[in-house]
Design a binder for this molecule. Structure first.
Ligand code: NAP
Length: 470
């Protein structure tokens, strides 16, 4: 599939295969862009700024609603493509499509709510006799750099608010799973003037880096790993930057919890998209008193998952993004076992598949839970008190989301107040998000928030206009 730049299809003499991780088949090729191609995209996006700013909010909103309808019409085709390039079960891809439609709808609504406010300058020294108000002004060109695990919805979380507040966009999709996003860009381009949306494909370390350092881009909106995010924050200069990075989210199960509910939380949180979820459950912190009942029920539920062809609608566990990724998970689990943890179920790799794995007697210093392990793993850490549970939950450099299962409101509020994370859910796992909520982590999990209204705020600048009426 070609890149889309200024409304034209552009290729390259250098191509990269996109393979299905399930069977290794080549799905398509994408161009590896050279710097001149990135320069062309930057020029087209800058040239399109004026036309977009002149468009009324009414029109921008309607156009985003139209894109939404077109996405609905293409839902099944795009879901199948998503499953083929990522390896996630088709039912999960359909959910990603539904969420993408919802995200677009929220942005279409938000396009009509880009408000400023009046500012009482007379509340300041010498301000009497002035009338002042603010406007939210677009930044200009937003570069959206996104990861492989939810390539469509995470990219729409950048494109849709950016356009809602009249920024033009350059997308750098993930090299392993770029196709669904590239197709979406073509759908969006049918509605908006050429140059409003552009795609540039190629390796992040080269072409992504080039976009990050370009003086003609006004904002980098990045979702991906902490390592890449840190590099971007060091190189972006004076640009605005939003960083949505990795997580190592705890699921705390206290002794008075509804155990069945907590088990469902782990199944939906640790194994969704084969564990390749930033807000996935990565550490299960269980009070000792209920650990054996909880563990037994978790193993039973895990064994009911169906690993298989991701396009088969009965499949509940697909592949990882690549065999290499599955091998990294295998190594992390084997190291934990060598250090004293024990596998209760799973633990076997087959190509890019890794079995849903429950691993007990994990300690907080094991690499498996110190690092973000991006695979279908449920590591159990035992604790003896609420204090210890909170201390272990916070013993990480990450702080994306957290989930606590308890029926005691005192314990719930202590966890809510004391766990350092962008979101703490009570009686729900961390792996939950509605597309309107403020989403973004504390600590190394990121800088800034997404969730349409919050992204719009980060993609505009405030201008004050003051009238001297003295
Ligand atoms: P990644 O390796 O950081 O890649 C993300 C994107 O950045 C890709 O498009 C990549 O391009 C590009 N990139 C790589 N190096 C770059 C550089 N030097 N400059 C500019 N761009 C560069 O992350 P990933 O492995 O795809 O995704 C998994 C990570 O994303 C996990 O840590 C996960 O937790 C995190 N994530 C966070 C959220 C959130 O909202 N907080 C959501 C989903 C995922 P290439 O593909 O060409 O390398």
């Amino acid at each position: 599939m070609d890149m889309l730049i200024g409304g034209k299809h552009i290729s390259s003499d250098d191509l990269q295969e996109v393979k299905n991780p399930y069977d290794g088949e080549i799905i398509d090729n994408i161009p590896i862009a050279h710097r001149q191609t990135a320069d062309l995209a930057i020029k087209e996006a800058n040239d399109a700024k004026e036309g977009l700013v002149e468009m009324s909010a009414f029109k921008v909103s309607n156009k985003l609603f139209n894109v939404c309808e077109k996405l609905k019409d293409n839902k099944m085709d795009l879901a199948q493509l998503l499953t083929m390039e990522v390896g996630k079960p088709i039912n999960e891809s359909l959910v990603e499509l539904d969420r993408s439609i919802e995200t677009l709808k929220l942005a279409a609504e938000e396009a009509k709510r880009i408000y400023g406010e009046s500012v009482p300058l007379d509340a300041g020294l010498n301000g009497k006799g002035f009338f002042a108000f603010t406007q939210r002004v677009p930044l200009g060109v937003v570069a959206a750099i996104t990861p492989f695990n939810y390539p469509l919805n995470l990219t729409i979380h950048k494109i849709a608010p950016a356009i809602a507040c009249k920024n033009t966009v350059i997308i750098k999709p993930p090299t392993e799973a770029p196709l669904t996003v590239m197709k979406f860009a073509e759908i969006l381009n049918e509605e908006f003037p050429d140059g409003v949306i552009n795609t540039v494909t190629g390796y992040g370390s080269e072409i992504g880096d080039y976009l990050v350092t370009s003086p003609n881009i006004d904002k980098i909106s990045f979702t991906g790993s902490v390592t890449t995010g840190l590099m971007i924050s060091q190189k972006a200069g004076m640009k605005k930057v939003t960083l949505e990075l990795g997580g190592n989210d705890p699921l705390v199960v206290l002794k008075d919890a509804d155990i069945d509910k907590a088990v469902r939380g782990v199944i939906n949180g640790a194994f969704l998209n084969a564990g390749q979820v930033c807000m996935g459950v990565k550490r299960i912190i269980v009070e000792d008193e209920i650990a054996s009942e909880f563990t037994r029920k978790l193993v039973d539920a895990t064994d009911r998952l169906v690993m298989g062809n991701p396009l088969d609608e009965n499949t509940t566990l697909g592949t990882l993004i690549s065999e290499k990724a599955a091998m990294q998970v295998e190594e992390a689990v084997n190291n934990a076992v060598n250090d004293g943890a024990n596998i209760l179920t799973g633990g076997v790799r087959d190509g890019a598949f890794y079995e849903a794995t429950v691993i007990d007697n994990v300690t907080q210093d094991m690499d498996l839970v110190v690092n973000e392990t991006f695979g279908p793993i449920a590591p159990i850490i035992h604790v003896n008190s609420l204090d210890e549970a909170i201390e272990v939950a916070n013993d990480t450099e990450y702080g994306l989301q957290a989930g606590v299962f308890t029926n005691d409101y005192y314990s719930a509020m202590r966890c809510a107040n004391e766990i350092e994370a962008g979101t703490v859910f009570v009686n729900k796992q961390s792996t939950f998000r509605t597309d309107n909520m403020p989403f973004g982590g504390f600590k190394n999990s990121g800088v800034g928030k997404e969730g349409i209204k919050y992204a719009v705020s980060e993609m505009t600048k405030t201008k004050l206009i003051g009238l001297n009426l003295r």
